[in-house]
Design a protein. Structure first.
Length: 311
């Protein structure tokens, strides 16, 4: 190894889909209690951290990332600096993010970047916090960052940041249909609140606190796609469909052509279709692509942030 050879560490962390999402009543502080079942899926972000005196960030990979910030407002940069500050590390890191998780589709790509950066820098710098020590930092960075660190299948409650692992067996096969209509999460929540106010007579008042249905947990525990298809639910879907009506057609198209069920993932606009096998996923992907819809296949659950062996 030449003296000019700088050390680097590469870490891979998964994107996620929300298989189930329940939203409680709007609270006085403007927040909602939520209950979610997250599943980490096989679309991975890869972050390489290389020894450097200062901090820098750049993006590569198949996803258009020119408009992404590379300053402290980016979660990966924020993650590296937070770890340095907490551990008293005085150097920096050159971060390269290989993006594979669609941007702004509610799939947690930015959170995966942050989780991968924490693990990569901890390893590169020898700061030795390890996964357990990194979890509190992950939680400070954002509600989805601890999940990207842990991976698998988990229940998120409270503001979405209190995580508990869920037992899961087998593999689920997803087709993710990507939409060009950007949906703003705050706007989706506001639209949901308005919808609930208008239809109060039919819907009745919402509970303040919510939980993940037993049926969903049971379906995941036995690894049964048919049961999961029946139990999947997203309270935000009604609002997302109101704001982006073309998603309704997309859901109907997928469900009429082989998907066991489709759901808007989180606040959208990504639509997740559950299929019964890798073959069915491949067929649905082909059909959507022929209809001019950008789509990807993924399976889950997969593990959280992991160091990839150096080549």
């Amino acid at each position: 190894m030449g003296t000019n050879q700088r050390r680097s560490v590469t870490v891979r962390a998964p994107g996620k889909i929300n298989v189930f999402f329940r939203v409680g009543a709007l609270q006085d502080d403007g927040y909602h209690d939520v209950a979610s079942l997250y599943q980490a899926v096989s679309l991975f972000e890869e972050v390489t951290a290389t020894e450097a005196d200062a901090f820098s960030l750049r993006f590569t990979g198949p996803i258009e990332s020119d408009h992404l910030p590379v300053d402290d407002s980016n979660l990966a940069m924020a993650a590296a600096k937070l770890l340095a500050e907490r551990t008293g590390y005085s150097g920096g890191a050159e971060l390269t993010v290989l993006k594979r998780v669609p941007i702004a589709g509610g799939m947690g790509g930015g959170s995966a970047d942050a989780a991968a950066t924490l693990v990569a820098c901890d390893e590169l710098w020898g700061t030795g916090l390890g996964r357990a020590g990194l979890l509190p930092l992950a939680a400070e960075l954002g509600a989805d960052v601890p999940f990207a660190l842990e991976g698998g299948t988990a229940v998120g409650t409270g503001r979405g940041d209190e995580l508990s692992p869920a037992l899961a067996k087998g593999a689920f096969h997803w087709v993710l249909a990507l939409s060009d209509s950007g949906l703003s999460t705050p706007v989706v929540y506001r639209t949901l609140d308005q919808h609930r106010d208008v239809h109060l007579g039919d819907l009745g008042p919402q509970p303040e606190f919510v939980k993940v249905d037993t049926a969903v947990l049971q379906a995941v525990r036995v690894g049964d796609a048919g049961s999961l298809a029946e139990a999947m639910h997203n309270d935000l879907q009604v609002a997302a469909l109101k704001l982006a009506p073309e998603l309704t057609e997309l859901l109907e198209l997928g469900e009429s052509r082989g998907a066991l069920a489709g759901i808007v993932s989180g606040s959208g606009p990504t639509v997740a279709f559950l299929t019964g096998s890798p073959q069915e996923a491949a067929e649905l992907l082909g059909m959507l692509t022929r209809n001019g819809i950008r789509a990807l296949t993924a399976s889950g659950p997969v593990p959280g942030a992991r160091v990839l062996d150096a080549p």
